[in-house]
Design a protein around this ligand. Structure first.
Ligand code: CDP
Length: 200
């Protein structure tokens, strides 16, 4: 079974997707970490960044090096949404994502899982929250000034939603969940219930 969780930055995708995967015994796939690895490889001057070897799991590795923290800097975050607009990068990473999710039960999280990577996913969830709430969560998680985070986030949302190739949008058959004011546990429980109801 595949559960696809898509949505904008700060909607709580990563934490929620991990909690759902734990609750169901599924593997968690953080597709954003892959775009971040390509961005980091490019910032470091790699000749063909989309061809780098990415390892996911507890830690994220790039050509064998642990980059779990290095891919979360604001510089890499901004570059990730730029590289993610390039068709050749998306094609390479979508292929890798499809290979992974074919190997078992997954909770895959990103921007285009339900629309492009796996339109046949058994359950598709589109997570949202108000821009202010998303920026508050991000600032609390990574530090930084809420107003600055809000401005950077608005720029990234705009780029993700308006790019020509695989823009961020909800799949027609996705269940939209507004997480404003809800705890991670409440959102995860809701998705686990949906998965169980669908599996019956
Ligand atoms: O955690 P956050 O939402 O801040 O970002 P992320 O999920 O790590 O993704 C970083 C960037 O990669 C996003 O701004 C998107 O531009 C891009 N991305 C994408 O285009 N498609 C995906 N499936 C996942 C991420």
């Amino acid at each position: 079974m595949l559960i696809a969780i898509d949505g904008p930055a700060g909607a709580g995708k990563s934490t929620v997707a991990r909690a759902v995967a734990d609750a169901l015994g599924f593997t968690y796939l953080d597709s954003g970490a892959m775009y971040r690895c390509v961005a980091l490889a490019e910032l470091r001057g790699a000749a063909d960044p989309a061809a780098c070897a990415i390892g996911l799991g507890g830690r994220v590795t790039l050509d064998g090096e642990d980059v779990t923290e290095a891919i979360r800097t604001p510089e890499v975050t901004a570059r990730a949404s730029e590289v993610a607009a390039r068709p050749e990068v998306r094609e390479a990473l979508v292929d890798k994502q499809r290979e992974l999710i074919a190997t078992g039960d997954y909770v895959a999280e990103g921007r285009d899982i339900g629309t492009v990577v796996a339109p046949g996913a058994e359950l598709k969830v589109f997570l949202t929250a108000s821009p202010q709430e998303r920026a508050r969560r991000r600032a609390a998680e990574l530090g930084g000034d809420v107003e600055q985070v809000l401005a950077d986030q608005a720029q990234r949302d705009e780029r993700d939603a308006t790019r020509a190739h695989s823009p961020l949008r909800a799949a027609g058959d996705a269940v939209e969940v507004d997480t404003t004011g809800l705890s991670v546990q409440q959102v995860a429980d809701q998705i686990v219930q949906l998965a169980k109801a669908g599996a019956r």
